[in-house]
Structure formats: C-alpha cells, structure tokens
Design a protein around this ligand. Structure first.
Ligand code: ADP
Ligand code: MG
Length: 249
C-alpha cells in the first residue's frame, strides 16, 4: 500500500530523516517508534506531503506521490491525523465530523441553491456520521460544541473525522497524546475495528509502547533519522540495539 524508498529530509545542515526505507502492506497496523527527535514526525510529514522530500521516493497504491500536496494525497486515499486536534471548536461534534466527507454536492456553488439535489446525500452523510460517532463513544455529545469535550474526547472526535473521509490508509502521529489510559486503549480499539471492518491500513507514531504493542502487526524503530530495527513487538523488545538507544539499559 505504501512504500518509502531511501527517503531523506534535511533542514539546513540537519538531516532529520536519513535514507529511510519502509513498507506498509494493505490492511496492516504498523508502528513507528523511537526516542524524541529521532525523526518520526518529520517522516510522517514528508510522506503526507507537508514537507518536501530532499531526496528519495514515496509510493502509494502504485503511484509516485513524492511530490504531491497533502490535499492531492488525500484524494488518492491517504489521510492523516494531527498531533494537536485541529477541530472547529465553535461547531458541533456532528458538524466537525461532516467536514471531510468527499465530494459533497451541497458544497458546489452551482448546486448549493438546489437543495433537493443534495438533501438526501446530506442525510446519508449524517447517518454515517452518527454511526461513526457511536463507534467512538461520542453519540451522546453529537449536538455539543466541540469545545465542550474533554481532551480525550477531542482525540476521538478527530479520529472519527479522519474515518469519515474514507481513506484507504491513515498516518497518525501520537493519536493518544494527552489522553487518559483507558481512552487511549479505546482509540486503538477503534483503529483495529476500522482495519478489521474496512481493511484500512495504518502507520502510527506512538510513544505509549505498552498500548501500541498490543495492536501492531509490525514495528519500525527510528534513531537519529535512520531505521535502527524492524520486527514484531516481541522481536523489538528482545533487540539489544533497540534496548540500548530506546530503553536506555
Ligand atoms: P520526533 O517526532 O521523532 O520526536 P522530529 O521529526 O520532530 O522527531 O525531529 C527530528 C529532528 O528534526 C529534530 O532534531 C528536530 O529538531 C528537527 N526538526 C523537526 N522539524 C523541523 C523543522 N521544521 N525545522 C528544523 N528542524 C526540524
Ligand atoms: Mg514527533
């Protein structure tokens, strides 16, 4: 589904991502871990097109997306979440969920006045939003402004919103940051559900290894911009070099 080949990203004299290659197969949940400053967020930002690559290539579903904008990659089915929930706080939970739905007829200026042509579609979208919000345990809060949610609920709303865009694959950078442990576990259960039900594919940066290790199929470990190791959670936990740099023993 996703292939990163010899990717490099420099900021001035600093090489934040150094010759990184990795593969994410369809329908898998792949973890990306490593100490602070090892280049994880930079890698996600280059893959999603937020930062231009210095060199190397990114392939998604057989297309070279190295030089595409985040918007263009999203159209191809590659979505991403943000470390800080980027919600519209004045809008309701439901309206926040409806924003990313692709190709809404009511959004086209020449169709907007002809509401009969899009009312049915709008209802369908609202029904889907209702289902997704039920899945992430936010159904009871559907008409509240997003600002009234707890930090953990905001993360769940952001996840619901990324699901509504129906991506084939999601890049997530610390989806549980600042969330209480039980809710963090719930976020990963939603991720697994989306994989099991819709075959969605995930590449996830996460620092809570205890939770991450219960859900991932495969892990990549970054250190100083490079891939230090890859393997199953058990293999990574047993890897001496990973323990040295990551766990510090
Ligand atoms: P991680 O997400 O693994 O903690 P980052 O990808 O955020 O690591 O950072 C990797 C390195 O790149 C760090 O040394 C960081 O200071 C640097 N870096 C990240 N973003 C920028 C930027 N926009 N400009 C300059 N340096 C950056
Ligand atoms: Mg980061």
């Amino acid at each position: 589904m996703l292939e990163v080949r010899n990717l490099q990203k420099q900021f001035g004299g600093l090489t934040a991502v150094k010759d990184v290659s990795l593969t994410v197969p369809q329908g898998k949940i792949i973890g990306l871990i490593g100490p602070n400053g090892s280049g994880k967020s930079t890698l996600i930002n280059v893959v999603s097109g937020i930062y231009p690559a210095t060199s190397g290539a990114v392939w998604f579903k057989g297309d070279d997306i190295t030089h595409l904008s985040p918007h263009q990659s999203f159209e191809l089915g590659l979505g991403r979440g943000f470390q800080d929930a980027s919600l519209f706080f004045q809008m309701t939970v439901l309206d926040n969920t409806l924003i990313p739905v692709k190709k809404q007829r009511g959004e086209r200026p020449w169709l907007a006045p002809w509401w009969r042509s899009w009312l049915g579609e709008e209802k369908q979208n609202a029904n889907r939003a209702d289902e997704v919000l039920q899945q992430v345990l936010l159904r009871d809060h559907i008409n509240k402004p997003a600002a009234d949610l707890s930090g953990g609920q905001m993360k769940l709303l952001e996840l619901a919103r990324t699901f509504m865009g129906e991506p084939d694959m999601l890049l997530l950078d610390e989806p549980t940051a600042g969330v209480a442990p039980t809710l963090a576990y719930n976020i990963f259960e939603q991720i697994r559900l989306m994989r099991d039900q819709f075959g969605m594919t995930f590449l996830i940066v996460e620092h809570r290894l205890g939770i991450l290790f219960d859900f991932v199929d495969w892990l990549y470990v970054m250190h100083m911009g490079e891939i230090l190791a890859e393997g199953t959670p058990d293999e990574i936990m047993a890897n001496e070099r990973v323990r040295d740099v990551y766990f510090g023993d």
